[in-house]
Design a protein around this ligand. Structure first.
Ligand code: ADP
Ligand code: MG
Length: 341
């Protein structure tokens, strides 16, 4: 190990469609913020990033634009992605000249061109070496699975823009499905539900809050009721209505069923030996969507397989990058043996 590598900062980044997390080696998770930036319309000056930019989201006037650079599971805006990554690294208080390695996890469904763009952005942010890791592999490491074993594991990551279903074994991804139905679609389904059933226009943030606070996918022992504020579509006046968790469940039905169906289809395509491993070990749910009430039970019911939600599913990927950086030589051999992702 060279003297320089003691001084340099190695960083792991989970570049998610909803949230970006940064792990700095020997320091832990330093950044955990929504993947949003706010820019000045003229000139493109960066006004805010992360939480601060989210506060502006949907509330800006015409001179400010807020962007989610990775909105639909793909990099919708390359330049904004680069700016966001740079700003978050700044927030992590890592001097760009001190950066050594950057391990970046990206949605597994992205194209070669998008991968190239992420790699270039990381280099321009100051990285001396850039390693791209498939999210499913990073979360498997984060969860503590022994990825070098010839044992099949199924990881279902329900994020903001995409749901990624992967079967992994021997340090690699054997089978992978990515659908663009995940947390954002659930929010949208809630917005549509209120339009249709209450003639009420609710904001995206309200929909997200309802999903997280009273959302579920199977009946609850005790259904929950809450107040929802929105704007009446007929007379345009702000209005409050009362809804219960059964209604939100109905609203979430379509996107949730699509996710469950994808899990089933992926299982059908799984080679028999690995399928029998999954029968023994079950399915692991990660990503923020894994926190949706009873999603584990529903998948269990529909697949007849044991389903477990990863501990702290929102940080599984970035914790994985932390472990990869800490034990880099071992993972270098396993994760990057054939080619760089
Ligand atoms: P990404 O990797 O795409 O950035 P995350 O894994 O960070 O996504 O998950 C973000 C998604 O998880 C968002 O759509 C958010 O609404 C959803 N989420 C977070 N907490 C909960 C919860 N308690 N119940 C349901 N969904 C949740
Ligand atoms: Mg993610």
């Amino acid at each position: 190990m060279s003297f320089l590598s003691f001084l340099s900062n190695d960083i792991g980044i989970d570049l998610g469609t909803a949230n970006t997390l940064i792990y700095v080696k020997n320091r832990g998770i330093i950044v955990n913020e929504p993947s949003i930036i706010a820019l000045e319309e003229n000139g493109g000056k960066v006004l805010a990033v992360g939480k601060e930019a989210r506060e502006m989201y949907g509330r800006t006037h015409q001179d400010i634009i807020t962007i989610r650079p990775l909105k639909d599971g793909v990099i919708a805006d390359f330049e904004a992605t680069e700016i966001m990554m740079r700003e978050f690294i700044k927030k992590a208080k890592v001097n760009r000249i001190s950066i050594g390695k950057i391990v970046v996890c990206v949605p597994s469904g992205i194209t070669e061109v998008e991968k190239r763009a992420v790699r270039d952005s990381a280099e321009r942010a100051g990285a001396r070496e850039v390693y791209l890791v498939a999210e499913a592999m990073a979360s498997a490491v984060g969860i503590g699975l022994d990825i070098e074993k010839p044992v099949g594991n199924m990881i279902v990551d329900v994020g903001g823009g995409t749901c990624e279903i992967a079967i992994i074994s021997l340090g690699g991804i054997v089978l992978h499905t990515s659908i663009r139905i995940a947390g954002d679609e659930m929010n949208e389904a809630i917005v549509q539900y209120f339009k249709k059933n209450y003639n009420l226009l609710v904001g995206e943030k309200t929909a997200e809050m309802l999903k997280c606070e009273i959302g579920s996918v199977m009946p609850l022992e005790q259904e929950i009721t809450t107040q929802v504020k929105g704007r009446d579509l007929i007379d345009g006046i702000p209005k409050t209505v009362e809804v219960n968790s059964a209604e939100i469940r109905e609203a979430l039905m379509d996107p949730v069923n699509t996710i469950v169906e994808s899990v089933r289809l992926t299982l059908e395509r799984t080679p028999p030996e690995l399928a029998s491993d999954i029968l023994d070990h079950g399915i692991i749910l990660t990503g923020g969507g894994g926190l949706l009430r009873k999603l584990d039970e529903l998948i269990q019911k529909e697949t007849q397989l044991p389903v477990n939600v990863a501990e702290d599913p929102l940080t599984a990927v970035v914790r994985g990058t932390g472990k990869i950086l800490t034990d880099f030589n071992r993972y270098l051999r396993v994760l990057f043996r054939s080619k760089r992702v």
